[in-house]
Design a protein around this ligand. Structure first.
Ligand code: IMP
Length: 190
């Protein structure tokens, strides 16, 4: 089955393709000629995922899905949440985002957090939402070279390694995006 995944992020594409398997051929935004930035101005992850999927569906007419992920930190009232990409600056500066997160958590005992992914699917014009969550803790410094974004600062529950220290397979098996995309895959296979 061919389906558009509304991303140009190579890391995400690889993760999601690995979870979906070879039954699904993912088409990126670039592949279908969408080169402009898609607005992500909604106040929730679900709103952003739906807005991206609707944009692609209206622009191309293809079945498609889009995701939006946030890191929700308990001691920060769920921040950075939907603003995770633009936490420190309006750009998408991972280094600055990680620095700011560590600064905001300085001296705080509770470092519990979760990654949450919302996936919006448009199939034959109908809209569907799927969610994936992984709980864990924020470290006090970066560890590991793998993954992307906040991965070097996040230790999933039941592990002593950060997402950036786990292999791609290990991360996918328990991650927010892996969980949401497996729900999507089960639905699509029905
Ligand atoms: P988005 O889903 O691309 O909008 O991601 C929002 C923000 O969360 C960006 O700063 C990403 O780097 C970060 N992010 C998304 N998914 C992950 C992940 O799996 N690990 C670490 N950071 C992530």
């Amino acid at each position: 089955m061919k389906i558009v995944f509304a991303t140009n992020n190579a890391h995400k594409l690889q993760e999601v393709q690995q979870v979906l398997g070879s039954e699904f051929e993912l088409i990126t935004l670039r592949d279908c000629g969408v080169t402009e930035d898609i607005p992500e101005n909604e106040p929730t992850l679900e709103g952003n995922a739906l807005a991206k999927a609707r944009y692609i569906y209206q622009r191309t007419g293809y079945d498609c899905f889009a995701d939006d992920t946030g890191l929700e930190v308990d001691a920060l009232g769920g921040e950075p949440g939907v603003r995770s990409a633009r936490y420190a600056t309006d750009g998408h500066d991972d280094q600055a985002n990680k620095r700011l997160l560590l600064e905001r958590l300085e001296g705080k005992e509770n470092r519990e957090a979760q990654f949450r992914t919302a996936v919006a699917l448009i199939l034959g014009g109908e809209e569907y939402l799927f969610e994936g969550v992984v709980r864990g803790e924020i470290t006090t410094s970066e560890r590991g070279e793998g993954g992307f974004g906040y991965d070097p600062l996040f230790v999933p529950e039941g592990y002593d390694k950060t997402f950036a220290e786990l292999s791609a397979e290990e991360k996918n098996a328990i991650s927010h995006r892996g969980r949401a995309v497996r729900k999507l895959a089960e639905f699509l296979k029905k």
